[in-house]
Design a protein around this ligand. Structure first.
Ligand code: ATP
Length: 310
C-alpha cells in the first residue's frame, strides 16, 4: 500500500498541475477569443504606429452575414484623441472593438490603423498595440501579482505595485489575506467586480499600449472611485497622447471626450463634442436629458454632480 501511494500522490500533483495549466489555457483562449478563420498573410509585416489614427472605411459586418450589425460604417478616430462611442444597447459598440482586435474580419470595407489595413499586418503586432479594459476581466487561477503582471511579463515587482497604485487598487490588495500573493480566480479568493476592473486597468498601465480601449470599464465602481480612476486615466492619456476609445452607457463618464460618436442601426448617427451634440437636440441630447433626469432624482451613490465640471 505504501509503495503504491507514492506514485499516486505524485500523479495527483501532476494532475493538479495539468488541470491548472489547462484552466490557464482556457482563460487565455477566452481572453484572445481565438478564431481559426482569421488568417495572417505570409511574411506579414509588423504594424507600424505613427500617431494611432483608426479609420473604418465603408465597413459592413454581421456575426451572421444575413444580419449586418455595422452597415457601411465610415468613421475616423483621430490620433491621440479621447473618443467615446455611445448608442442604444446592441447597436454594435463592442463589435467595433472586436473587429479592431481582429477576432472577426469585416465582410465589406476595411479598417486602417495609421493607414495600414489590419488584415495586412501580423496579428501579434496588432494585438500588442491594443490594450483593452473589457466589461468583465478574466482572471487567471494564480496570484494577484501574476494577474497584474500579465500586462507585461517582464515587469518588476516594483512596477507591478506602481501600476496597482495608479489604478487605485494597491490599498485593497494590501488588505487581501496574502497581499500580492493572494490566489484569485475560480479556485482562489473571489474579488469584486470593481476590484476586477481596477486590476484590468493596472494590467493596461503595465502594458502601456499605443491604443487603449475601455468597454464599460468602470461600470462596477462606486461614483467616488470611478471619478478618481477616470481622472487618473485621463491624465495618463493626456500625458502620453494616446488614442483611446471609450464604450459607455453612462454619458457622465465620457462627456469630456474630444469626440463623441453616436451609433444607431450600425451607422454613425451623430458626431461632435458634448456641447455640440447637446445643441443639436438629436439622439445624444435625448439620451443625456434622460440620464440627467434619472441622476437628479437618483440614488446619491450612483448620481454625479449635476453639471459636468471642466
Ligand atoms: P451593449 O451596449 O448592450 O453592450 P453593444 O452596442 O456593445 O451593446 P454589441 O455587443 O456590439 O452591442 O452587439 C451587437 C449585436 O450583435 C447584438 O444584437 C448582439 O446580440 C449581437 N452579437 C454580439 N456578439 C455576438 C456573437 N458572438 N454572435 C452573434 N451575435 C452577436
Amino acid at each position: 500500500v505504501f509503495q503504491l501511494s507514492v506514485p499516486l500522490n505524485f500523479l495527483g500533483s501532476v494532475y493538479r498541475e495539468l488541470r491548472q495549466s489547462l484552466l490557464d489555457m482556457e482563460t487565455l483562449f477566452n481572453l484572445q477569443k481565438v478564431n481559426v478563420a482569421i488568417k495572417e498573410p505570409k511574411d506579414a509585416k509588423s504594424l507600424c504606429l505613427t500617431g494611432g489614427e483608426i479609420r473604418f472605411e465603408n465597413v459592413t459586418f454581421g456575426y451572421r452575414p444575413d444580419r449586418p450589425i455595422l452597415r457601411n460604417l465610415s468613421v475616423v478616430i483621430p490620433a491621440g484623441k479621447k473618443v467615446a462611442i455611445v448608442g442604444p444597447s446592441g447597436c454594435g459598440k463592442s463589435t467595433i472593438l472586436r473587429l479592431l482586435f481582429r477576432f472577426y474580419d469585416v465582410q465589406e470595407g476595411r479598417i486602417l490603423i495609421d493607414g495600414q489595413d489590419i488584415r495586412d499586418v501580423s496579428l501579434d503586432s496588432l494585438r500588442k498595440a491594443i490594450g483593452v479594459v473589457p466589461q468583465d476581466t478574466p482572471l487567471f487561477n494564480n496570484t494577484i501579482e501574476h494577474n497584474i503582471r500579465y500586462g507585461n511579463m517582464e515587469a518588476s515587482a516594483a512596477e507591478v505595485r506602481a501600476a496597482a497604485r495608479r489604478a487605485h487598487i494597491h490599498d485593497s490588495i494590501q488588505n487581501f489575506p496574502d497581499g500580492y500573493n493572494t490566489m484569485v480566480g475560480e479556485r482562489g479568493m473571489m474579488i469584486s467586480g470593481g476590484e476586477k476592473q481596477r486590476l484590468a486597468v493596472s494590467r493596461l498601465i503595465l502594458k502601456d499600449p499605443p491604443l487603449l480601449f475601455f468597454d464599460e470599464a468602470t461600470s462596477a465602481l462606486d461614483t467616488h472611485t470611478e471619478q478618481a480612476l477616470l481622472a487618473h486615466i485621463n491624465s495618463i492619456l493626456k500625458e502620453k497622447k494616446r488614442t483611446s476609445v471609450f464604450v459607455a452607457h453612462r454619458l457622465r463618464t465620457i462627456y469630456d471626450s474630444d469626440v463623441i460618436i453616436v451609433l444607431q442601426a450600425g451607422q454613425v448617427a451623430e458626431r461632435g463634442t458634448h456641447d455640440q451634440l447637446v445643441d443639436r437636440a438629436g439622439l445624444y441630447s435625448e439620451l443625456w436629458s434622460a440620464q440627467e433626469t434619472l441622476f437628479d432624482g437618483g440614488d446619491p451613490e450612483t448620481s454625479y454632480p449635476s453639471k459636468p465640471q471642466e
